[in-house]
Design a protein. Structure first.
Length: 340
């Protein structure tokens, strides 16, 4: 297995720059693995492929306006921070853009407090300690951390946020969930489809491509996740009743499988809270997830590898080629696929 095995060609015009309105007007490619069939529809048609008793598991993380701009003191050189993880009320692990940002360097944040580079954590990762807590003012001083392939400005901040986002902490959106509307969720509930939630705060690995020739040499970064006892109970009840556990997004997949691996073999799923380092590659045996909803991901990414593990690398890449021929939109603001 090589990283190049997960590569594919994607001309820039396929990369969605703006989200569609309404959210559920995006397209949906539905793959039925049992009969090896692919259907093309829209996300609003999701209920046609679900059954009463199915359980959709949503990641309720909320994206924080984690991109900050500022300057070095006293030189005035421009800097950019991407807040990734809060360590204490004033200290954040951050990706830092700018020269000479070594421990001890003072910073001035635009419209915000001063701070200092507290520690070098490797590469562009730094611990930054602000002179005062910034949680309460992030909405005023921060910018939404759009991926680097998005070049168009957002029409509104909430378009890079799921409609069910609750728990602040992500540096990126769980993009499979961006297709849901509140009205679609209500229609599915009327159809006896159930919902449960997990939390995984998306961090550094979203921005870290696999550069190693062998994907096994890639070190996946840790992310914090939580699966509550309530969600664990719902999943166990769904399994016992013969329903399907459908993960909405790769972040939900990682959370569910992390909890599954932490539970005793052969036992019911149990609650989990903590860091996950789960790196899902072809050959992985899924313990919890029966089906998934996901977007079309970047070449040679850990996300393409995860979905390949669930469905098969060749089948996934063939579906990506079909998606290009059919005019699907790719990446964060693009269309979706559901693999049953």
């Amino acid at each position: 297995m090589k990283t190049s095995d997960f590569d594919y060609d994607l001309p820039p015009e396929y990369i969605a720059q703006i989200p569609l309105e309404p959210r559920d007007s995006s397209r949906l490619m539905v793959i039925d693995r049992g009969i090896n069939k692919i259907a093309h529809c829209h996300f609003r048609d999701l209920g046609e492929f679900l059954q009463p008793g199915d359980l959709l598991v949503l990641n309720e993380t909320r994206v924080i306006p984690a991109r900050l701009f500022g300057k070095k003191i006293p030189t005035g050189g421009r800097i950019e921070l991407l807040l990734l993880r809060q360590k204490d009320p004033q200290t954040w692990e951050s990706l830092v853009g700018g020269k000479g940002l070594t421990p001890g360097k003072r910073l001035q944040i635009e419209n915000g407090p001063e701070g200092v580079i507290f520690a070098d954590l490797g590469g562009a990762l730094r611990a930054v300690k602000f002179d005062e807590p910034i949680d309460s003012i992030l909405d005023q001083i921060g910018h939404m951390p759009l991926p680097p392939y998005i070049h168009e400005p957002l029409s509104a901040r909430d378009r890079y946020q799921t409609v069910y986002a609750q728990e602040p902490g992500s540096a990126a959106a769980p993009t499979a969930g961006l297709h849901f509307t509140l009205s679609l969720i209500e229609r599915l509930k009327v159809g006896k489809v159930n919902f449960a939630s997990v939390t995984l705060h998306v961090g550094l690995d979203t921005f870290a491509p696999v550069n190693e020739d062998d994907p096994l040499d890639h070190v996946i970064h840790t992310e914090w996740c939580q699966l509550t006892s309530e969600t664990a109970d719902l999943i166990n009840q769904t399994k016992e009743a013969g329903g399907r556990v459908i993960a909405v997004g790769t972040t939900s997949v990682r959370t569910l499988e992390t909890a599954g691996n932490a539970s005793d073999s052969g036992q019911n799923l149990k609650q989990f809270e903590g860091k996950t380092e789960l790196y899902i590659l072809p050959g992985y045996q899924f313990r919890v997830v029966d089906a998934m909803i996901t977007n079309f991901h970047l070449p040679k990414s850990t996300l393409v590898m995860l979905v390949s593990a669930f469905w098969g690398r060749e089948k996934l890449l063939d579906a990506y080629e079909l998606a290009k021929k059919e005019g699907y939109r790719f990446y964060s603001f693009g269309d979706a696929m559901m693999i049953l």
